[in-house]
Design a binder for this molecule. Structure first.
Ligand SMILES: NC(=O)c1ccc[n+]([C@@H]2O[C@H](COP(=O)([O-])OP(=O)(O)OC[C@H]3O[C@@H](n4cnc5c(N)ncnc54)[C@H](O)[C@@H]3O)[C@@H](O)[C@H]2O)c1
Length: 329
C-alpha cells in the first residue's frame, strides 16, 4: 500500500521505517531540505543518523505527498497542525484516511487533533480518522525494539486496517474506538512528564517523583473523562502506559525539558535547546484551560501552569503543592 507521512522528524521517519519493513511504499514530506536530502541521498534517519530502508522517499512538496497516497500519517508538531491541515485541505481531490500520531492539544481552543481535523478538512474528503498512540520512544522503535500502540477510530474497520498496516514482529498494535480517550491520554502525559522532570531537576528524590506520577495519573483521568474519553482507556497504553515510558526517561524530551527547568533554566531555553519537538509545555497550558473550562481540580497542572507562564517561582510552586489541605486519597 502507498502511505504519505507528513513530518519526517524523529517519529515520522521511524514510523516510515516500520511501514517500509511491512512492504509499503512510503513518501515523507518535510519542510527541512537537509532532512529530505538525508533520506533521499544517504538513506539515513535525519534525527538519529542511522540507516533506513532505501525504498523510503522524501519530498518538500506537500502537493506531491497528498496526491501520492490515500493514507496520510500526520506527524508534525501540534502547534503547526492547524496550518498544515488547512494547506492539505486546499490540495484535496479525493477521500483520505488521516492517521494522527502527534501528541498534543491546541491551547487556544483546547482542541484535540480530531477536533482540528473537523475544523479544517472538508468532510467530503474524510474517509476516516485514526489516532495511533502509545508508549513509544522513536529511539527504540528505530532499532526495531518491541513496541505496542493503539489504533483508535470510531470506524472499527479502519482501526483494524491501520492495526494490520503497522503490526509486525516488533510492533504490536491494538484497536480501540475511544478516539478522544487515546488522544487525550497521549497528550496530557507529556504535561506530567515535564513536571516529573522538574521534580528530578529539583533533586526531590524518587519518592516525590513516584507521588507526582501517581497523582498526575489522577489528573489525566479527570481530563480524559471531561473530554469524553473512557477511564479504561486512560489506564491503557495511551495513558498509563505512555506515562510510564515518558515520565522517568532520559529519552523523553518532555522529561528532559522539565529537568532543565527544575535546574533553574528558563522555560524558553529549556524548550529551545531541544532539537526535537517538546509538546509538554504547551500541553500544560492547554490542560490548565481544560481544567478551567470543566471546573476540574488539577493541582499539578494548575501549579505547573503558573510556573511555566512565569507567574510563580520554582520555590513558590513547591510550596503551593506541599501546603495544600490534607485530604483522603
Ligand atoms: N519522538 C518520539 O519518540 C515520538 C513518539 C510518539 C509521538 N511523538 C509525537 O510526534 C510528533 C512529532 O514529534 P517528533 O519527535 O517527530 O518531532 P521532530 O521535531 O523530530 O519532528 C517534527 C518534524 O515536523 C517537521 N515539520 C514542521 N513543520 C512542518 C510542516 N509544515 N510540514 C511538514 N513537516 C513539518 C519538522 O521539520 C520536523 O522534521 C509530536 O507531537 C510528538 O509528541 C513523538
Amino acid at each position: 500500500m502507498k502511505v504519505s507521512v507528513i513530518g519526517g522528524g524523529a517519529w515520522g521517519t521511524t514510523l516510515a521505517q516500520t511501514l517500509a519493513d511491512n512492504q509499503n511504499e512510503v513518501l515523507i514530506r518535510d519542510v527541512n531540505k537537509d532532512f529530505v536530502n538525508k533520506i533521499n541521498k544517504y538513506h539515513v534517519h535525519p534525527s538519529f543518523d542511522v540507516s533506513i530502508p532505501s525504498s523510503i522517499k522524501a519530498t518538500l512538496s506537500l502537493e506531491e505527498a497528498i496526491s501520492f497516497a490515500k493514507i496520510i500519517v500526520l506527524c508534525v508538531p501540534t502547534k503547526v497542525m492547524r496550518n498544515v491541515l488547512i494547506e492539505i485541505n486546499n490540495l484535496l481531490k479525493d477521500k483520505k484516511v488521516f492517521i494522527n500520531v502527534s501528541k498534543g492539544i491546541e491551547p487556544e481552543t483546547t482542541y484535540l487533533v480530531s477536533d482540528i481535523i473537523k475544523d479544517t478538512v472538508d468532510n467530503k474528503y474524510l474517509e476516516a480518522y485514526v489516532v495511533l498512540s502509545g508508549p513509544s520512544h522513536a529511539e527504540e522503535l528505530i532499532k526495531r525494539k518491541f513496541t505496542s500502540l493503539v489504533s483508535a477510530s470510531t470506524n472499527l474497520d479502519w482501526a483494524k486496517a491501520i492495526q494490520n498496516l503497522f503490526s509486525n514482529d516488533y510492533l504490536r498494535v491494538y484497536t480501540s474506538q475511544d478516539v478522544r480517550g487515546v488522544e487525550t491520554g497521549g497528550a496530557i502525559k507529556n504535561a506530567i512528564a515535564v513536571v516529573s522532570g522538574i521534580v528530578e531537576g529539583l533533586g526531590l528524590g524518587e519518592n516525590a517523583r513516584a507521588a507526582l506520577i501517581c497523582r498526575g495519573m489522577r489528573e489525566i483521568i479527570k481530563i480524559v473523562e471531561a473530554l469524553g474519553g473512557n477511564i479504561e482507556t486512560a489506564y491503557g497504553l495511551s495513558g498509563l502506559g505512555d506515562l510510564i515510558v515518558t515520565a522517568s526517561s532520559y529519552n523523553s524530551r518532555n522529561f528532559k525539558a522539565g529537568l532543565k527547568i527544575g535546574q533553574g533554566q528558563s522555560v524558553e531555553d529549556a524548550i529551545n535547546t531541544s532539537t526535537q519537538t517538546v509538546e509538554g509545555v504547551r500541553t500544560i497550558i492547554a490542560a490548565h484551560e481544560i481544567g478551567v473550562k470543566y471546573n476540574l481540580e488539577l493541582p499539578i497542572i494548575s501549579t505547573s501552569y503558573l510556573l511555566v507562564t512565569g507567574k510563580i517561582s520554582l520555590e513558590e510552586s513547591q510550596n503551593l503543592l506541599l501546603t495544600r489541605k490534607l485530604k483522603q486519597e
